[in-house]
Design a protein around this ligand. Structure first.
Ligand SMILES: NC(=O)c1ccc[n+]([C@@H]2O[C@H](COP(=O)([O-])OP(=O)(O)OC[C@H]3O[C@@H](n4cnc5c(N)ncnc54)[C@H](OP(=O)(O)O)[C@@H]3O)[C@@H](O)[C@H]2O)c1
Length: 331
């Protein structure tokens, strides 16, 4: 194969740099499937991957990109055929194995998900890991009883963030009618309502004074914030309610007592999008392409491969708005 373009992160005299380079197949990690990448998406983790001490990349040079969609070019696994449309998210991709910010990617076939019929390569990346994580969270909450009552009292934290905003839209699309969003800024109230929240609470107005057990306000919490916020919310979960935890935007520390667990029987459900089984991946991506399909209403901007570096820099500076997908090869 001829040379092709990839965004390469290098370590030079303990400085971390990244730029688009012409590379060849030898620079790609081992894998029995070669994919022509059509789209990737820009995640916080990808921004960390191009920073010194970002904690994401350990071996250099590295090609970041934790998400990709594209077409099979070569496959040593009979399960996949040349030209087949596929997507890959998570595993070690873009961290310790080369990832999606490359015109071609090589991965083990066990990481590859056939693109569901109703999903386009572009929409797969409009969801990306954020959408997949939102859907995984809803899937777990539904497995724990949320599905039995469309009027369940559901709270979404970090509601205008990547995972939270997609969660609100999916929950609303499924038909849940009692969705509350919690936000930090007044201007986010209207945004959360437009995304599908039936009620919105401004964080500063919520009464967190009851510390051990409080009024049973929520049957299910889809949490994306972690830290202090979810610690303070656990006493408000109703009898046998469930809380999905996917993030640590508000910190790693979970400060709780056993009381909500032993007196109310609540469940804490951990969500991991990186190593979750392919069986669950397939089922959740199928839902995202069908009954839960909100791709056409998600806000995103599309950047070219040449604009990727600027997008990663603006994410670092906190100037980046919404989600971005990257057009890697011209479709
Ligand atoms: N488990 C997994 O596999 C997985 C996959 C994807 C993402 N994640 C994690 O999930 C989390 C959310 O991801 P994301 O893409 O949605 O991030 P994001 O777009 O940055 O959104 C974070 C949200 O959390 C809110 N927030 C941050 N700190 C807060 C605090 N101290 N109190 C209250 N709200 C706070 C933000 O509110 P403002 O808008 O007011 O700042 C924003 O709404 C991240 O921690 C991410 O690493 C995990």
């Amino acid at each position: 194969m001829n040379e092709f373009k990839a965004l390469v992160v290098r370590e030079n005299e303990s400085k971390i740099t990244h730029q688009i380079e012409q590379i060849n197949e030898d620079m790609l990690s081992e894998g029995n499937v070669l994919i022509k990448v059509m789209y990737s998406s820009v995640n916080y983790k990808d921004m960390l991957a191009v920073q010194a001490k970002g904690g994401v990349v350990r071996n250099y040079p590295m090609i970041p990109g934790i998400d990709l969609s594209g077409e099979i070019v070569k496959s040593e696994d009979p399960k996949f055929s040349v030209g087949q449309k596929v997507l890959v998210t998570g595993y070690k991709m873009g961290m310790t194995k080369t990832g999606g910010f490359s015109e071609y990617a090589k991965v083990p076939s066990s990481w590859v998900i056939p693109l569901p019929d109703k999903l386009t390569l572009k929409n797969a990346m409009v969801y990306g890991t954020a959408g997949f994580t939102a859907a995984l969270s809803i899937n777990e909450l539904e497995k724990n009883g949320m599905k039995d009552n469309l009027n369940s009292r559901i709270l979404v934290t970090g509601a205008t963030g990547g995972v939270g905003s997609i969660s609100l839209q999916i929950l609303s699309k499924i038909g849940y009618t009692n969705i509350t969003a919690i936000v930090r800024k007044t201007k986010q109230i209207e945004v959360a309502k437009k995304l599908g929240a039936n009620n919105v609470i401004l964080l500063e107005d919520f009464d967190f004074s009851k510390k051990l057990l409080a009024e049973e306000k929520f049957d299910y919490i889809l949490d994306t914030v972690g830290g202090e916020l979810i610690s303070k919310l656990l006493p408000y979960v109703s009898y046998q309610g469930s809380v999905s935890l996917c993030g640590n935007a508000g910190g790693n520390k979970l400060d709780t007592t056993v009381l909500p667990f032993i007196l109310r029987g609540i469940n804490l459900l951990g969500i991991d999008s990186v190593n979750v089984s392919n069986e669950i991946r397939l089922s959740v991506w199928n839902k995202l392409s069908d009954d839960w399909d909100v791709a056409d209403s998600l806000l995103f901007n599309e950047v070219s491969f040449n604009e990727l570096s600027d997008t990663l820099n603006s994410l670092k500076e906190g100037k980046h708005l919404g989600r971005s997908i990257v057009r890697i090869n011209e479709v």
